[in-house]
Design a protein around this ligand. Structure first.
Ligand SMILES: C[S@@+](CC[C@H](N)C(=O)[O-])C[C@H]1O[C@@H](n2cnc3c(N)ncnc32)[C@H](O)[C@@H]1O
Length: 233
């Protein structure tokens, strides 16, 4: 269940081309955040006007996050692999990672002018980048969508026989909150900015772990208990 999410796409033609590309590769769920959707978009969609008609149009990034269990951000300017909360995956690695995953996946693309903001990328579970020339790594939006969907279409996520439900965004956020509470209770690290980095790293790790809801609750139990103990001290 993969949706393409376009965050504030500025070019009406790009929106239409993306709808067409989605249909080419067998994807139909499109989410548009504050789009510049016009007649031109429909004309570029050609035989994929239904993708535009059925698109979910939202007013904000946060609303889009709410729709998914797993969120994937895309960028032509990834952070270095050694920065854990920005470490990118390649599209074929994402394909392998999604195999058997049954949750709702949102694949987020940024604005033509400024892409996805850092604070948006940080809130998404996984970052994916298409390897391109170092001379000019940033691709046209519609072409970036095409390359990633082509890669993902090579192996559709198969329905899993696993009966467990993937963790929802809310469950994962609850786990991250308990972690933040634990760091606060420990006053560790002392420096608040570093503490925020620890929380971001934890959020990314949770995002990439493909946890089931039940696992989240199991992990949360001891963390909650530790917070309570520390507060009692
Ligand atoms: C034209 S680009 C944004 C350009 C913007 N100036 C920037 O530097 O991020 C629009 C979107 O296309 C996607 N994109 C472009 N190049 C990409 C690449 N090499 N890998 C993955 N996504 C890419 C991203 O979603 C990006 O936000």
């Amino acid at each position: 269940m993969l949706s393409v999410v376009l965050v504030e796409p500025e070019g009406p033609a790009n929106i239409g081309m993306i709808a067409r590309t989605m249909k080419n590769f067998g994807f139909s769920r499109l989410v548009l955040v504050r789009p510049n959707l016009t007649e031109e978009s429909y004309s570029y969609a050609v035989h994929a006007k239904d993708v535009l008609d059925n698109a979910v149009v939202l007013e904000g990034f946060d609303e889009a996050l709410e729709l998914f269990d797993l969120t994937v951000g895309t960028t032509g300017k990834p952070g270095a692999r050694f920065i854990p909360y920005r470490a990118p995956m390649y599209p074929w690695e994402l394909r392998e990672t999604l195999k058997g995953y049954t949750g709702r996946v949102g694949l987020f693309f940024g604005r033509e002018s400024i892409g996805l903001k850092n604070e948006e990328l940080e809130r998404l579970d996984i970052t994916v980048t298409i390897p391109t020339s170092e001379d000019y790594p940033v691709m046209n939006l519609a072409q970036a969508v095409a390359v990633i969907l082509y890669e993902l279409s090579k192996a559709r996520p198969e329905p899993s026989v696993e009966a467990l439900e993937p963790a929802t965004l809310r469950e994962k956020e609850a786990l991250v909150r308990v972690w933040a509470e634990l760091l606060n209770a420990l006053n560790y690290p002392k420096d608040e900015e570093r503490r925020e980095v620890f929380v971001k790293v934890f959020r990314k790790a949770v995002g990439k772990a493909f946890l089931y809801g039940r696992e989240v609750h199991t992990l949360m139990g001891p963390l909650r208990r530790a917070v309570k103990r520390l507060e009692e001290c």
